[in-house]
Design a protein around this ligand. Sequence first.
Ligand SMILES: [Zn+2]
Length: 349
Amino acid sequence: MNAQPVIFDGHNDLLTRLWLSSAVDPVHDFIYGTLPGHLDLKRCRQAGWMGGLFSIFLPPYAYVKNSHPDKLSNPSGSDFTPQEIVDICCEQLALAQQLQARSDGQIQICTSLAQIQACQQNQKLAIVLHLEGAEFLAIKPDLLDVFYDAGLRSIGPLWNRKSLFGDGLNASFPHSPDTGSGLTDQGKDLILECSKKGMLIDVSHMNERAFWDTLETIHQPIVATHSNAHALCQQARNLTDRQLNAIKQSGGMIGVNFDVAFLRADGQRNTQTSLDVIVDHLVYLIDHLGKDQVGFGSDFDGCLLPDDLSDISQISMLIERMQQRHFSDDLIEKVTSKNWFAVLDKIWQ
Ligand SMILES: [Zn+2]
């Protein structure tokens, strides 16, 4: 392959990192300067990373309380207040809007494949807004329309916490994805409403019962934006062969997560992890789903990366490894962008 491939990626936590940042103006730093972490505009451009699904996410309370108490209205509390939950999600949406508004046309929130492809042609960063855990919609359901109008086109109703919408997914390694009861009636109503709006429904943080509930409730391609193969790493967040087959049958796809704990056979948070392990998951998933239904779901800015891929600037190392493992140029193009484009287009039509 002569030119580096364009990369469109199923999951990152940049917006949450900007929200947590103690920098004076992290939006400015992202666009015009340098920002600690896995992503900033300059590094993304140089690496050919044109964007992907950007998560709006309520971080774990204990993490915010211990590391960023200034972000809480009551740092000695025991959990977020309902108002804080709503505020945190609205503030992350506002950060995405600021990225667009202050980037001098270099960053765009996209709601269609045509917009994403125009971004690719014009070397803009494409943001597709994704909601990871929908707790704030349990508090303020009317905000779904507000967020949709602002460009939200993808939703994972559950994160690891239990919520009005269902049990989360929380289990020690090794564990099957079967960690609790599935979607509540409110959870089913939420994904049905979002499906009717033409939104992507993400199963990446669902326990197994919620996964099957989703398949019974909605009838569209099912997507796991950032999960891996359970056969290779028995993390509860990874997908069993039965689940892989169901995703394949639905016409959906899987984005491979670069977090070492979701990659390694021993499940350890050990960054001395070969990039070959990422390729192993890609190969396994392609064997089970075919060449058209697997992509990247890096989890940049929300995960522990292998040492050889410490930020976006080193993504070419992974591409090289794929080439060494005999991925054709055509297959690399599918995995790095085309498969995401195709599935988003199918769901958004
Ligand atoms: Zn996640």
